[in-house]
Design a protein. Structure first.
Lengths: 419, 509
């Protein structure tokens, strides 16, 4: 099909130009690289251990785990959209207000106008997309910095919320919406005894087993495909160890949840979103182009990336996820209020940066942002369990954010000087 | 005459896993112009960073003696106080400030914290006279060209009462006229008693201006040559730099030229920043299959502007003219159009326009051809890896693996990644803008081999270069561009540097 393949371009190994042999550098570089990308997960594990000890194990009690997930689900959903915005080198300050206005819209539709909830949900999501398109237009096609456009959006959409709601909340929401935000899967298959752990929901456990098998299978397939293409892979023992660790983590989470009230619906939603967006970021052309734009905008243009269109759709996506978060937040409170979503944008941005996003763009992972959000969630939860006043929680969260970014900058600088 | 103003001895500087300098010695005589030559990565810039205190005392081993004193600089301010000023390749001027403000930035003419603007502008004016720059000191730096900005940098150095001036690739971005002026200026400064250390890839300039030359290779001092005593030639320096005699700087090639591949007719482009100014004016070019065609022109002649405006209109406004691909007229309105029609453009500024420096090799290579590596929007990562591996081998990209970050590669290897990226798009026409800029001699040869191989495969290659010998050694035909107009078309047999230079300057009076 091609007139030239790379193999055709044989080059004589004449000349000793370029990097001279640097033995030992690979492993050193590999190790420090590993530390940089996995530091966040190590930190997360340490924080969990710390608060487990401080709370005498209350942190990891079934009900508390469930609480952490349900109480922070909307921030985590926002963080997924935010990490993509930040990877592309932009920022979105308006998500809190968009959460409020979409929640208000959903309330007006469902409560005041009696629109059936699936239709109302769909309309709300479309409205979120339109809000994203509005901001995306000014940013991508008109060329105004995202900071300004979304700062304006923060005010505009808060004003819109207040106009719609006046000074009071609208509620209550239909049961289905509340279930999505707050509820749990039904114990369709009944309970099963787990010996000393007591009864647990069989359905939840089965979902957990399916997830583990699915993960292991996907990893194994990827590994054999990599081998087939002659790529380096982890040695079998390490590979199995990693799978086992992942499986143990999922199993622990699912068993704890099954012992409490089954799986929270928002966890199911969140899992689907994380999986879908991780795949999108890594494996699709669109996802690659986001990284390319953030890494070097000019080079992306010269490589044929339709930068404007990509940026536009990133903000549309942010609007959609904000609308989902808006409905879930309103559903959880069972009321859409005028102050809903206040400072959510800051939590989402902090989650992204704690999760390893780079301030200049081009770097970041969906799973990282989720981990960053969970770190803050665990700090919040753990500190309130031990009775810390809220100002101290704020202090610690601020320090963690600063430390996380400082660590990122420090590792980058070290990498830079080792040239 | 044998008094040394600077003596660096036994300098060793290591980074984690790499020894950048190994027992390097440098002795500079007072009042001379001392050139430092070496391939990229030989350690020239690192040595200068040690000297100027960028790497403070304690981070390296060895001794620096300046003006008879042992120096232990803790930072750039220390070295500047001693009278050592370094001017980097990338100019460090603040574009929105005036010339005078830039000259006295960090060194303000002030009394009790209040800046004396009259004194600032007056003294700046005196300095500008000294460097031969006829500009008002209150002119904003972004309004003057790169050549003049270089002179402002030197004026700034003079304001600090410099004794030793270090210039890192001072003429890399300058046209011949500005380069000549700069070299004259350096001679003048030498006569005033200022010692200069100059790092340069342009060996003809080194021959023309330097009193002695120190050659570095792989972090070692190879030799110091006295230009007056030893009869030093370019080939002599090159053989020191690469550690072998370079009998042939260009690989041999027997051209096999086919029918017309690409043609531009009556191409006119206006400047996006200066309304009404034609940057390219009615240019017409034609490339044949299997042919390597050169495009010569001085800085500002519109070479890059011509190439970029053709490549998906990435430069310029009110573009008019016709483009023919294989005899058929095509419209290349976007980069996607250009790629689809088999036209590739490898930029002159690979760090700014060519590469995502924080990304790895394989994703840089695939960046312009994700469509070809994907199905329904899903990238086949295994195929991407395989292709990148193949290029790493065939292009001799020196890196531990295709997962290595591109920003850490040397210039030559980065350029190979850029070329790989465009070869992957299976183009019929390649426009290579300064393909060997900032690349060491050995890697240049490899790039030439790649270009020859592309032509052998029947592709049409347009090479834009500031180095006339490169065009003469590589091309079958050379177009000259002057002030946006094609002023000549010279076949290889008739091309000489003098003839090209005549055409390149035609119509400028």
């Amino acid at each position: 099909m091609s007139s030239i393949t790379p193999a055709d371009v044989e080059v004589g190994a004449k000349g000793g130009g370029g990097a001279p042999g640097r033995p030992g550098r690979v492993s050193v570089g590999g190790l420090s690289l590993n530390l940089r990308s996995s530091g966040i997960y190590i930190a997360f594990a340490l924080i969990i251990v710390l608060f487990s000890v401080l709370t005498d194990g209350a942190l990891l009690q079934p009900q508390n785990i469930s609480n952490i997930i349900v109480q922070n689900s909307y921030i985590l959903i926002l963080a997924i959209g935010m990490i993509l915005v930040i990877i592309a080198g932009h920022i979105d300050l308006s998500v809190g207000s968009v959460v409020a206005v979409t929640g208000a819209l959903a309330a007006v539709l469902m409560v005041n106008m009696g629109v059936p909830w699936p239709a109302a949900l769909l309309i709300t999501i479309v409205a979120g997309a339109l809000i994203g398109a509005w901001q995306g237009y000014w940013i991508a096609y008109f060329g105004i910095p995202a900071f300004i456009v979304t700062l304006a959006g923060m005010l505009l959409f808060r004003a819109l919320t207040l106009t719609v709601l006046g000074n009071q909340g609208i509620g209550p929401f239909p049961d289905q919406v509340r279930t999505l935000a707050n509820g749990f899967t039904n114990g369709w298959l009944g309970n099963v005894g787990l010996g000393p752990l007591g009864g647990a929901d069989l359905f939840s456990l089965l979902v957990g087993v399916v997830a583990i098998v699915g993960m292991a299978f996907a990893q194994w397939r990827s590994r054999s495909a990599r081998k087939g293409y002659g790529q380096a892979v982890d040695p079998l023992a390490l590979f199995v160890l990693k799978i086992a660790a992942g499986a143990a983590l999922i199993l622990f989470l699912v068993v704890q949840l099954a012992r409490f009230k089954n799986l929270p619906w928002v966890l199911v939603l969140l899992a689907v979103l994380v999986l879908a967006y991780s795949l999108m970021a890594n494996r699709t052309v669109f996802g690659r182009q986001i990284y390319a734009i953030g890494g070097n905008l000019q080079a992306a243009v010269m490589s044929g990336v339709k930068v404007k269109s990509v940026v536009f759709w990133i903000f549309v996506n942010m609007g959609v996820l904000s609308a989902i978060a808006g409905v879930i937040f309103a559903g959880r409170l069972n009321q859409a209020g005028p102050t809903a979503g206040n400072s959510f944008e800051l939590d989402a941005i902090a989650a992204a940066f704690i999760g390893g996003a780079a301030v200049q763009g081009g770097v970041g992972k969906v799973v990282g942002a989720i981990t960053g959000g969970l770190i803050m969630a665990v700090i919040n939860n753990g500190m309130s369990l031990i009775g810390s006043p809220s100002e101290r929680v704020m202090l610690v969260k601020g320090a963690v954010l600063l430390a996380a970014v400082a660590f990122d900058v420090w590792t980058k600088r070290r990498a830079g000087t080792s040239r | 005459m044998t008094e040394h103003i600077l003596r660096m001895s036994g300098i060793t500087k290591t980074f984690p896993g790499v020894t950048a300098l190994q027992d390097v010695n440098l002795a500079v005589r007072r009042g001379e112009i001392h050139a430092i030559c070496g391939e990229n990565g030989a350690g020239k810039s690192t040595l200068m960073k040690v000297l100027s205190g960028v790497y403070p005392h304690g981070q390296y081993d060895g001794e620096i003696v300046f003006e008879g004193n042992r120096c232990e600089f803790g930072g750039i301010r220390d070295s500047e106080r001693a009278g050592i000023v370094i001017i980097h390749q990338e100019l460090a001027l603040s574009p929105q400030l005036s010339i005078a403000e830039n000259i006295y930035l960090g060194n303000e003419r002030a009394r009790r914290g209040i800046i004396d603007w009259n004194r600032t502008n007056y003294e700046a004016g005196e300095l500008l006279k000294r460097v031969g720059l006829r500009e008002n000191p209150t002119t904003t730096v972004s309004d003057i060209g790169v050549g003049k900005q270089q002179l402002v940098e030197i004026a700034k150095a003079l304001s600090k009462e410099v004794k030793l001036l270090i210039l890192d690739e001072p003429t890399a971005a300058l046209n011949d006229e500005d380069s000549a002026h700069l070299l004259d200026l350096l001679r003048g400064l030498r006569d005033e008693g200022i010692t200069c250390v100059i790092i340069s890839h342009k060996l003809n300039e080194v021959i023309a201006i330097a009193d002695s030359v120190t050659i570095l290779r792989d972090g070692h001092t190879i030799e110091t040559l006295d230009m007056a005593a030893d009869s030093v030639t370019e080939d002599r320096i090159i053989s020191g730099m690469v550690g072998r005699a370079l009998d042939n700087r260009f690989p041999p090639r027997t051209p096999a030229i086919g029918e017309e591949a690409f043609r531009i007719e009556d191409w006119t482009v206006y400047s996006p920043s200066q309304p009404g100014r034609k940057v390219v004016d009615g240019a017409s070019l034609m490339l044949r299959r299997g042919e390597i065609v050169g495009l010569a022109g001085l800085m500002g002649a519109g070479r890059t502007e011509l190439a970029m405006s053709v490549f998906g209109r990435t430069y310029g406004v009110h573009i008019s003219g016709r483009v023919f691909k294989g005899g058929k007229q095509v419209e290349l309105r976007t980069v996607q159009d250009a790629i689809r029609h088999g036209v590739a453009y490898a930029t002159e500024d690979r760090k700014r326009y060519g590469l995502n420096l924080i990304e790895d090799i394989k994703r840089n290579i695939s960046a312009a051809w994700l469509k070809g590596l994907s199905r329904r929007g899903w990238v086949n990562e295994y195929e991407e890896y395989r292709v990148a591996q193949q290029f790493r081998g065939s292009m001799n990209i020196k890196a531990p693996s295709v997962d290595s970050v591109v920003g850490k590669l040397s210039g030559g290897n980065q350029q190979k990644v850029v070329l790989s990226k465009w070869i992957l798009t299976e183009p019929d026409v390649l426009i290579l803008d300064e393909p060997t800029r900032g690349i060491d001699v050995g890697a240049k040869y490899e790039i030439y081999v790649i270009i020859n191989r592309l032509a052998e495969q029947g592709k049409a290659v347009l090479v834009i270069s500031s180095e006339l010998p490169e065009l003469l050694g590589l091309c079958d035909r050379i177009y000259t561009l002057s002030e946006g107009r094609v002023t000549g078309e010279v076949p290889r047999e008739e091309a000489t540097q003098e003839r090209l230079m005549y055409l390149m300057t035609k119509g400028q009076e």
